[in-house]
Design a protein around this ligand. Sequence first.
Ligand SMILES: *Cc1c(COP(=O)(O)O)cnc(C)c1O
Length: 411
Amino acid sequence: MSALHLAINGGPPVRTEPYPEWPTADGRERELLLEVLDSRRWWATQGTKVREFEAAWAGFHGAESSIAVTNGSHTLEIALLALGVGEGDEVIVPNWTFLATVSAVLMVNAIPVLVDVDPGTGCIDPAAVRAAIGPRTRAVIPVHIAGSVADMDAITAIAREHGLVVVEDCAHAHGSTWRGTPVGMLGDAGSYSFQSSKLMTAGEGGAIVSRRDDVLSAARSFSDCGRKPGEWFYSHYLLGGNYRMTEWQGAVLLAQLERFPAQQLNRARNADILNRQLASIPGLHPQGRLDGCTSQGNYCYVVRVDEDEFGLDRDTLREALLAEGIPLTMAYPPLSRLDLFSAPDGLSPRIRSRAGMQDFAALALPVSERMADTTLWFTTSVLMGTEEDARDVVRAVEKIREHRVEVPSRG
Ligand SMILES: *Cc1c(COP(=O)(O)O)cnc(C)c1O
């Protein structure tokens, strides 16, 4: 019998208190939601809350306006439509991201081209983008993984050189900046998600920001049945859909945005502590952050585990940490490994035979594959508490490393 040090062996866990719950809400959400209820204007077309939120979210970005919609998958589709990306166009996408980044490309009839990511940040590798450009390349979608901003100097330079448009997937990056500019305002359009796990949430929701007025007005029209503001309700100019956000979501997001700056400061302080203290533990490598990333909106907290140096593999360490009371979610699998792309009927024959479609399952994109297999994704909650709450992550990792020989083999 080994001594009962580790919680995974029945010993006392580092944490018995739960981390702060996510999402957060208080009387402010309740107050604004009741205003919507009593107003009887529950849709944005007649209401005020979504418009107020759009103005506030635009202000947060130094933008003219923003377009709030159903979710952060539709924002990507609408942004691509608004930029005229569609049939026959190739769109370069990093292999390590949520499904929506690639499915949006397929949904607008374009052709995704998967490329590898940078081993430090986990964000799209500019050299791989350059190497993937061909005569039909029209767009690139950098994803700011866990709020660490992709190399936007390199990506915008490559885009200018080759006449590409850039859609930033900012679903993890509320509050992130690149050389002082909020993400979403560096490329041609930025896509935000307000899904339940994200740094501001109404359960579901999304918003498009852009420094380009033409993109914003096209995005407005595509998201509202192809209408044009000020024109008769039953005139439709574009093949759009109904992607409108509800007033309920607008109300909740207004309250979430009011609370965001203080929460972000707290998360950043705790992330700094973890970055410093975890980096000194052999075999642990906190996610990298480029010099240009002047602020990081901390969605989750990502650390790579070097099995040989640490003495345990990622999955074993993850199980042991969960037992110690440290909340973790899971790393994205590489897109190239999704069943959708390998199962014979995952993609419709029409899509599969789209000219230029790669056989994703046959691609070798080693960095994204390694990141998927070796990173721990702590939930945002570990950054939401006090400094001592954050330090418990370090205590738990140190404890597990010290007693690593006691961890039951998973083989
Ligand atoms: C959450 C997320 C989206 C959009 O998700 P929705 O759930 O549709 O709002 C897009 N890209 C990434 C990287 C995401 O994490």
